[in-house]
Ligand binder design. Sequence first.
Ligand code: KIV
Ligand code: ZN
Length: 382
Amino acid sequence: MSSRRIAIFDTTLRDGEQSPGIALQPDEKVEIANQLELLGVDVIEAGFAVSSPGDFEGVRAVARTARSATVATLCRTRREDIEAGAEALADAQRSRIHIFLATSPVHMEKKLQLEPAEVVEHADWAVRYAGERVDEVEFSCEDATRSDPDFVAEVCRTAIRAGATIVNLPDTVGFALPMEYAGFLNEVRRLCPELAGVTLSAHCHDDLGLAVANSLAAIDAGVRQIECTVNGIGERAGNASLEEIVMAIRVRGNALGAETGIDPSQIGAASRLVERLTGYDVPRNKAIVGANAFAHEAGIHQDGLLKDLSTYQIMDPEELGVSMTLPLGKHSGRHAFARACAEAGVELERDELTAAFRRFKELADTGRPVALRELFVAKVAT
Ligand code: KIV
Ligand code: ZN
C-alpha cells in the first residue's frame, strides 16, 4: 500500500497549555519548541497570542526561534486576535494563523449568540483578514462533530474561498466514535468538494478515551494533518497524544498506509521535558512514555522477553529513548531473579539460588519492594 505523509501539528504549547494550572513562560515555550523541532513536527501551535501579554511573548519567542517548523497561533474571528497573532508571528520563518469558530447549534446559539448566516460571514471576513498578514491560514469549525454536516460544508467552502489552505474539523468535546468521525469527515468532503484542494486536519479530545482512535480513523478517512500534544495534555481529559499517534503510525504504517516525519528517538526526551516544565506527571501506565510502558514484572513475560524481546514488545524502547525494565516483584520468575542476581554481581550455586528465590517470593508477597541486598547482605554492594 502506498504511504501518505501525515503532517504533525503539535499543540502542546496552546491546547496542552490550556490544561488547568499550566502557565509556561516564554523561555520554557522556546525550550519545548526546540525539542519539538528535534522531534520533527511540521507545525508548532505556540499559543493564543491575544490571550495574555505573556502568551503573546511566548508565541513571539517561539516564532523567532523555530527553524524548520511552521509556527501557528490561535485566533477567534476578531480583529484584535488576528492583529496580535500576526504581530507575534512576524519573525517566523513560516507563519500560520489558526482561526476557529463554532458551527454546532449549541455553540452558535448559547455561546456565540450568532445566527448561522453570521457565522458564515465572520468566517469569511476573518480568513481574508488573516490571509493578508501571514503565510497561511488554517480554519477550524469548532465542535464540528456536533454540527450539521451541510452547515459545516458551507462554512468550509466559505473559508476555502476566502483563502484557508488547511481546514480542521475537530471533535472538540471528545464525543465522536471512531467510525462516526470517519463517516462525518467523508460526508463533509462529499458535500464540500473544495476540501480536496486543501489540507484536511483532525483534532480530537479524549473525553471518552477515544482521541487517538478517532485520529487514526481520521487518517483512514483521508486527513493529512493530525493535531496532538506531547503526553496527551490538553483541555479536560486532554488531546490525542503525539507519541501514541506517531508510534501507531510507525508500528502499523502498512495497515494505515501512512507515515510521519517524526524522529522516534526524540520522543522520550520530549515527554520528560513536557512533564517537567508543565508539572503534569505522566501516568505510569501511559502508552509509549509511561514508566510501565516497557516494564515487565510477570515471570512468564520476563522469561519470554529474556528469550526473545518480540514475545511481549511490539516496539524497541531504545528507539524511543526509553529503557526496558524487568522489575522484581511477587509475579516475577526464577529466570529474571537469577539474571538480576548475576547483574548485581552475586554468584550463586543452584541450591543457594533456590533458597534465595523462595525467600524473595515470601518478602515480595507482602507487597513491599524487595531489594536484593536484603537477601544477600554480604554479597551485594550498596
Ligand atoms: O478543541 C478544539 O476545537 C480546539 C480548536 C480551537 C481547534 O482546540
Ligand atoms: Zn482542542
